[in-house]
Design a binder for this molecule. Structure first.
Ligand code: MLT
Length: 262
């Protein structure tokens, strides 16, 4: 990494290295960084938090429907969506409430934007975690003091309002030097009166309502109800293995790279 790309900035007044807090509004905006926090609050990262909280040992994030079906087997539950709807043959959709009462140890998850964002983040950062409002405080505690990129999954390559809102909420709580993108996200967060209002104002909320999934908006808008920090532990043959770190993590613990196998 060159000096200009360095994720640390030198504060001339204090003569201290301070962490940079950055936001990528879409996966295409993301850069190599020490830690990337992926946000798809409606609904993939909220669903991952709830799945790990409910007792799944890991979530296997796979890029497409065929790859998900190829992983089907004992102890595995297929979940996901296309167009917000549960794919044919899948046991579960992408609703957080679908994750309660696990029927296996591993959740095989494929979604349109959130899962690809996690897989992309794993190519850019040695440490990748997933965040929503559900685990906002736990993620802040886990990454505090580090150089952090908040990656908004967005929708089909475009920014999603609700993801930028959550990025702004997290950015406002992290110490460090915010980039202009982080300042923009913080301004978006400050403009909203409530988490539910922010999520409900988004275009993606409208899609969920049209699909009869409006309860998911309220489920994803709950704040700080989970201490789970979903973290990519390995990327094996194109599948991101996401497991729970449920304690407040010192940085020397969290800053271990995930395993990668082609
Ligand atoms: C996604 O990954 O695109 C979203 O989670 C879509 C959804 O709300 O199911």
């Amino acid at each position: 990494m060159s000096w200009t790309e360095s994720s640390l900035v030198f504060n001339l007044r204090d003569r201290q290295l301070v962490a940079m807090i950055d936001v990528a509004f879409t996966p295409a905006d993301a850069r190599p960084r020490e830690i990337t926090v992926v946000i798809d609050v409606l609904r993939a990262t909220s669903t991952i938090v709830r799945a790990l909280d409910a007792g799944y040992e890991r979530v296997l994030c796979v890029p497409d429907l065929d790859a998900a079906r190829a992983l089907a087997g004992p102890g595995r539950v297929l979940a996901g969506e296309r167009g917000c709807v549960r794919p044919p043959g899948f046991a579960l959709g992408n609703s957080p409430a679908d994750m309660d009462d696990p029927a296996g140890e591993e959740l095989v998850l494929t979604t349109t934007n959130g899962v690809p964002a996690i897989l992309h983040a794993a190519t850019l950062s040695p440490v990748v975690v997933a965040a929503g409002l559900l685990n906002l405080e736990a993620v802040v505690d886990a990454v505090r003091g580090a150089d952090v990129q908040l990656l908004c999954a967005g929708t089909n390559g475009r920014p999603a309002f609700e993801d930028v809102y959550v990025a702004g909420r997290i950015a406002a709580r992290l110490p460090g030097a915010p980039t202009d993108a982080a300042l923009i996200a913080r301004a978006v967060a400050q403009s909203q009166a409530s988490p539910h209002g922010a999520l409900a104002a988004s275009a993606n909320a409208g899609v969920l309502v049209a699909a009869g999934l409006e309860d998911d908006i309220g489920d994803c808008a709950q704040e700080w109800v989970s201490r789970v920090v979903p973290r990519v532990s390995a990327v094996l043959h194109g599948v991101a293995h996401v497991e729970a770190d449920s304690e407040e993590l010192p940085l020397d613990t969290i800053l271990c790279s995930h395993t990668v196998a082609p």
